[in-house]
Design a protein around this ligand. Structure first.
Ligand SMILES: [Zn+2]
Length: 270
């Protein structure tokens, strides 16, 4: 529970640029897969891509032009699959798709600093905090088709906690980009590490990839599990086990509930 939270002034992220070495040496960025880059760079972007800056700073007219360019590409795509782009049903699809694509990738424009603003609190709490089963909708960068699943985030605070809803916002921010599941998992963990400098961070993700499911490479229902453990979760097997046990408990409960529902349906059919 967060009682009488104290707002950290000035903005907590201002100090993050120098988050390479942690107080007391309890944490080591060498355990981080992103030690070469900070979660928030000097310009305020989080792992920007080549067009991030121009996308974030464009004018309305420039955005219109961008959508038009994208629409042209989708029209070509329709032609190439053998469709008639002038057919009523798909006539507006190019612009619709362009707008949808901008939404699916809006995480490029989201600023981590804005998300966590006013939500980092000093709190004398050092027990594991876990937010489980955050729904994730992302796009696989290899096929531009969705992968969907759930993320669970755990951390052990080091006198700083983050508003719980912000964990989901961070997960959403990085998932609304072109991704691979492994990188998505790592970016969420590393961002949290930089923001809170906690004793440890653990992120696990289970997702179903449409590029595998729809193309029949794997059976529908198959899923991919990734995890990223930093700090105590990486170094201390007991801490890691505690997290995984709590995480697995939920998974088991979910499987049980699913089984019960399908059994109930079966009985109902009889
Ligand atoms: Zn793919």
């Amino acid at each position: 529970m967060q009682t009488s939270p104290t707002r950290l002034v000035p903005g907590p992220v201002a100090r993050l640029a120098s988050a390479t070495v942690h107080e007391g040496g309890a944490l080591d960025r060498s355990a981080s897969p992103y030690r070469a880059a900070e979660a928030i760079d000097s310009q305020g972007y989080s792992w920007p891509s080549i067009g991030t800056k121009s996308r974030k700073e464009e004018t309305d007219a420039e955005r219109e032009a961008r959508l038009e360019k994208m629409s042209g590409a989708i029209k070509t795509l329709l032609e190439c699959v053998g469709e008639d782009p002038e057919r009523e049903g798909v006539q507006k699809t190019p612009l619709r798709y362009a707008k949808a694509m901008m939404f699916f990738t809006q995480g490029y424009e989201t600023n981590l600093r804005t998300i966590i603003n006013d939500a980092v609190f000093e709190e004398d709490h050092d027990e594991m905090v876990i937010v489980k089963n955050i729904d994730i909708f992302s796009l696989c960068e290899h096929h531009l088709v969705p992968f969907v699943g759930k993320i669970s985030i755990g951390y052990i605070p080091n006198k700083r906690v983050l508003g719980l809803s912000k964990l989901a916002r961070i997960a959403e921010m990085f998932s609304r980009r072109l991704q691979v599941q492994e990188r998505l998992t790592k970016q969420i963990a590393t961002a949290l590490q930089d923001i809170l400098q906690p004793v440890g961070v653990a992120v696990t993700m289970e997702a179903s990839h449409m590029c595998m499911v729809m193309r029949g490479v794997q059976k529908p229902g198959s899923s991919t599990v990734t995890s990223c453990m930093l700090g105590a979760f990486r170094e201390d097997p007991k801490t890691r086990e505690e997290f995984l046990r709590k995480y697995l408990q939920t998974l088991r409960r979910m499987v049980k509930a699913k089984k019960a529902t399908s059994e109930a349906k079966q009985t109902h059919k009889k």
